[in-house]
Design a protein around this ligand. Structure first.
Ligand SMILES: Nc1ncnc2c1ncn2[C@@H]1O[C@H](COP(=O)(O)OP(=O)(O)OP(=O)(O)O)[C@@H](O)[C@H]1O
Ligand SMILES: [Mg+2]
Length: 397
């Protein structure tokens, strides 16, 4: 029964969405499509759970429909660069339609420097690859560069109108795996590529922004950079209103906005909260379930408390300075963390608070949110903030 309900549920979270279910993001998708069509280079950088992967997927779908050759990889799925390279080659092979044997030969030619050995599985129409070079003797960043060069050769061999693109998600992982020299090597190779398009996306805002925004780093001005902002609020409001309404819900005034606020505008959290409101409020026999502010708050509390063991663990792993900093941050709504008020709340010097904030950004608990003329510290997971407010703050006050 639960599964049936889930299938009907218009709010989906925790998986990559495609063009049929994505709210807005048209510009971002169009920019990726354009970049690949023109053989350009683009970095897409955004906070966690803002929809980067869904945007990449949608763009890839659009391009593939027009018979482009698109290889899309998530660097987080590979524990070493040679495995990523192997996947790249296998996926590239899949696009070379026509005779299987010929495709194998062609891939062998394009990627000759890494000597791929390919195997075709006709049942599943998939390829698997092995690298013929001794991977223990090669620096893995060199293998990756050779794979990029092979990809460019493959691109050049395609008819002029057929776009060819390589999309790598969680790109910071490539640099982590490849070591400090990887950045320079990758740049040196792909800056000469004119035919293949490259889109690199990532979530560790600081790390990737430093990579592309620091003039002393190799990726500086290698391509364009797009920072992903939130989904426009009006569009999300319209989407939520329409889906709840067509599901027979009566919506109280301000309830949809309250739902988006409760999720701090993070798309993943909005969808999760909306999903649970949908399942929990639709009781058999009631034709018009009501989406009210009180109901949203109750459901939110339940979601947050379901995660209690996880959040408790997360909280207990923090140092006491970090814990105090988070409490101050909630009370001050993320602003003025260097003020005398904040110093009094944490009981530590400004430098100590700064360091603790910095560490929590590095570990993915906090992120900086820039608006026109100010910077605010926010929780990467807004429900962790709710948990702290409900469990820790309440008991201390
Ligand atoms: N444009 C959107 N419209 C509606 N929902 C969205 C949108 N973008 C993201 N979401 C919601 O957020 C969830 C996560 O999206 P996605 O995996 O694409 O984000 P991400 O930025 O790649 O996340 P991560 O940082 O975890 O890799 C989706 O399953 C969906 O629920
Ligand atoms: Mg992602």
């Amino acid at each position: 029964m639960a599964n049936e309900q889930d299938e009907l549920n218009p709010f989906q979270f925790g998986r990559e969405l495609g063009s049929d279910s994505l709210v807005d993001r048209k510009e971002e998708v169009a920019e990726i499509v354009r970049t690949i069509r023109q053989g350009g280079k683009l970095f897409l950088i955004g906070p966690r759970r803002f929809g980067k992967t869904s945007i990449l997927k949608t763009a890839a779908e659009q391009l593939t429909e027009k018979s482009a050759v698109i290889v899309r990889l998530d660097a987080e799925s590979y524990s070493s660069l040679d495995l990523l390279v192997t996947a790249l080659v296998a996926l590239a092979a899949k696009h070379l339609t026509g005779e299987v044997k010929k495709a194998g030969t062609l891939i062998g030619q394009f990627f000759s420097r890494i000597r791929p050995e390919l195997e075709y599985n006709p049942q599943e129409n998939t390829w698997s690859a092995r690298l013929g070079v001794d991977t223990s003797r090669h620096h893995h960043a060199t293998l990756l560069v050779e794979a990029f060069n092979g990809f460019e050769r493959l691109a050049q061999a395609q008819p002029e109108r057929r776009p060819v693109g390589l999309i790598i998600d969680e790109f910071q992982k490539v640099i982590e795996l490849g070591g400090p020299s990887a950045e320079g090597q990758i740049r040196a190779a792909i800056q000469t590529h004119k035919r293949a398009g490259y889109v690199f996306a990532g979530s560790k805002t600081r790390m990737l922004s430093a990579m592309v925004g620091d003039a002393s780093r190799p990726f500086y001005r290698l391509g364009s950079v797009r920072f992903l902002g939130p989904v426009p609020r009006d569009d999300f409001r319209r989407f939520l209103t329409e889906k709840f309404t067509s599901g027979g819900f009566k919506i109280d005034e301000g309830a949809v906005d309250h739902l988006m606020d409760a999720a701090s505008n993070v798309p993943y959290n909005i969808q999760m909260l909306a999903h649970t409101c949908w399942t929990d409020l639709r009781t058999p026999g009631i034709h018009h379930p009501r989406l009210s502010i009180a109901a949203i708050d109750q459901i939110l509390h339940r979601i947050v408390m379901r995660q209690d063991p996880f959040y408790t663990l997360l909280w207990n792993r923090l140092t006491s300075v970090q814990q105090m900093t988070l409490l101050a941050l909630i009370r001050l709504e993320g602003r003025n963390l260097q003020s005398s008020k904040a110093i009094a709340m944490v009981g530590k010097a400004p430098a100590t608070i700064r360091k603790s904030v910095h560490l929590m950004i590095e570990s993915g608990i906090l992120r900086e949110e820039e608006s026109l003329n100010s910077v605010r510290m926010v929780f990467e997971d807004p429900f962790f903030e709710k948990w702290i407010a409900a469990v820790i703050l309440l008991t201390r006050e």
